[in-house]
Design a protein around this ligand. Structure first.
Ligand SMILES: *Cc1c(COP(=O)(O)O)cnc(C)c1O
Length: 549
């Protein structure tokens, strides 16, 4: 069934790519995102056969639906998955924790960097290693001198950088450079990145810059054809299909971890997902399309609420049209997110990993909506796909030109069948952290601000049936976002609360003692020079070099 699975770009072109090429390419040359040629079907006995599988076994079952054995033989896929998840600290990989009578939190942060991006990036790192090793094995056998190498360059304001470094550290044929604005990320985030001792890891603190500057340096390097092909640049941002794929698994895992009543006829299951670039929740949507029984998925946004506004109005617009402007709320300074389009209109909130202007993965959903609501729904699958690509292209063109596009009520209504959206303010986020710390029967529980956005949205969304079971995705450990957690809990109300003692895990305390390796450079030139020297085989010691200080 998976054997004929290929991948195509949302923005058009009739060519399809293998899973391997889609993963190594990341973003399609026409700016589109890769999606599978069809949604596979689950084996008829999945509910019984998969019920007692471990997380890696479940992952193997689900990934096998999308990855042909001709691309990755089944036993190789098993070892890729086993290696990827061996770094998780919890035996269930992504355990559920009960927080209410019919409410659970799905803890996705038991991986090496204590945030949910590890689930995808540990897997993606292993995939990169596997494909490169295989390609280089073939080159070696045929007596060729050359080897394929990947130079991963990314910008981060926090979570993505450390998860990518931990996913790619020590992988042969891969070098990783992570750029961030010097002095503008939290000490714990810098420590997580800069204390990784592996030779192939370069933490690049760009002087006098902000996240946007770092992001635009990365974009310039990618669009420099010569530089890009000389170094074979690789991207790690959330548009990579393998990241979505890996994330589908934990929705199934949650389903099987719930008590048996939640799987009986008449029971309803609702997932709430703190959302930024729409990657995490899109994986949930694929799980639903595959056949995992669930009601709508709840999109939880912070004050950067483009998605919530779309589900309300059918308009997808970076900035709100003044007529519906809501009262401004106080925004805290927390640094911007890892979203690609961060610009002046992004609000800095207490949940910075969700501070985005546009959600890059939303384009994948828009393709399916274009397909579903297209006027001429006749013709072959390939013809229908072509029409949907054309429509989507029109939308994306308009969005680029005007910063907004009105998708209309038919598209909005189609989307609303699968999603419900809620916007949560900074004030509500802090109140939610306090509320869970005060939980009696199931607490106390310290949640991070992103998880708090999810929990607030979950409580507010419509309870359609008393027989609904609620799962909110918890995307980070609270220790990673100390400022918001301290703001919420360091008060007279909780004299016993002490961040170091109550929240900070020993493994993260250990980081303070380790040596940091940071390459301080200035501007695009400094970054370019560092990459070129490293790729020439020079040993570059942190702190040295022309562009550096
Ligand atoms: C990246 C991130 C999110 C947002 O996930 P998307 O897939 O971009 O929607 C939420 N919370 C945390 C802690 C994150 O790091």
């Amino acid at each position: 069934m998976a054997e004929d699975m290929r991948y195509f770009s949302t923005r058009g072109g009739s060519e399809t790519l293998s899973f391997e090429d889609a993963v190594l390419t990341g973003l399609a040359p026409n700016g589109g995102l890769y999606i599978p040629t069809h949604i596979p079907s689950l084996p008829s006995d999945w509910q019984t056969r998969w019920s007692s599988l471990t997380f890696p076994q479940l992952s193997h079952e689900i990934l096998s639906l999308f990855v042909p054995t001709s691309v990755i033989p089944s036993s190789d896929l098993s070892s890729i998955i086993n290696t990827a998840y061996s770094s998780f600290r919890h035996e269930l990989t992504t355990p559920l924790r009960q927080t209410g009578e019919k409410e659970w939190v799905l803890e996705l942060w038991h991986g090496p960097t204590w945030a949910f991006k590890d689930v995808a990036l540990q897997f993606l790192g292993e995939l990169f290693r596997y494909f490169l090793e295989r390609r280089n094995g073939v080159l070696e056998k045929s007596g060729k001198e050359e080897r394929e190498e990947l130079t991963v360059v990314g910008a981060t304001s926090g979570d993505t950088g450390s998860a990518a470094i931990y996913g790619l550290r020590s992988k042969p044929s891969i070098t990783i450079f992570i750029l961030y604005p010097d002095g503008r990320i939290s000490p714990i985030q810098e420590a997580q990145m800069a204390t990784v001792p592996d030779e192939n890891v370069y933490c690049v603190a760009v002087q006098d810059s902000d996240f946007d500057t770092c992001q635009s340096i990365v974009k310039t390097l990618f669009s420099d054809k010569e530089f890009n092909s000389t170094h074979r640049l690789g991207a790690i941002n959330s548009i990579n299909w393998a990241r979505i794929l890996a994330q589908i698994v934990y929705y199934f895992s949650a389903y099987f971890q719930l008590p048996a009543e939640a799987r009986e006829a008449g029971a309803k299951l609702q997932f709430t997902v703190p959302t930024g670039n729409f990657g995490d929740i899109l994986a949930g949507w694929y799980a639903k399309k595959l056949g995992l029984p669930m009601e709508q998925l709840v999109v939880a946004t912070n004050e950067n609420d483009i998605l919530e506004r779309f589900f309300r109005t059918g308009r997808y617009e970076a900035e709100e049209t003044p007529s519906q402007a809501q009262a401004p709320e106080t925004a805290a300074v927390n640094g911007s997110s890892d979203g690609q389009q961060a610009g002046s209109a992004v609000k800095a909130t207490h949940s910075p990993a969700m501070d985005i202007l546009l959600s890059s993965n939303f384009e994948r959903l828009l393709f399916y909506l274009a397909l579903e609501t297209g006027e001429e729904n006749s013709g072959s699958d390939v013809e229908k796909r072509g029409k949907a690509q054309e429509r989507l292209n029109g939308w994306m063109g308009e969005l680029k030109k005007n910063g907004k596009v009105d998708l209309g009520s038919a598209v909005r209504d189609a989307a609303a069948r699968d999603f419900w959206a809620e916007r949560v303010s900074d004030q509500e986020t802090l109140a939610e952290i306090r509320k869970y710390y005060k939980l009696e029967k199931y607490g106390p529980y310290v949640v991070d601000p992103h998880t708090a956005v999810g929990l607030a949205a979950q409580e507010r969304s419509v309870k359609k049936s008393p027989n609904t079971y609620w799962v909110t995705l918890s995307t980070a450990h609270p220790a990673k976002f100390s400022s918001a957690v301290e703001l919420a809990l360091s008060s007279d109300e909780f004299p016993e609360f002490n961040f170091r003692e109550t929240v900070l895990p020993d493994q993260l305390k250990e980081l303070e003692k380790l040596e940091k390796r940071v390459h301080k450079v200035r501007g695009e030139e400094g970054v370019r020079e560092l990459i070129e020297r490293v790729k020439k085989g020079e040993k570059v010691v942190p702190g040295e070099g022309k562009g550096s200080i």
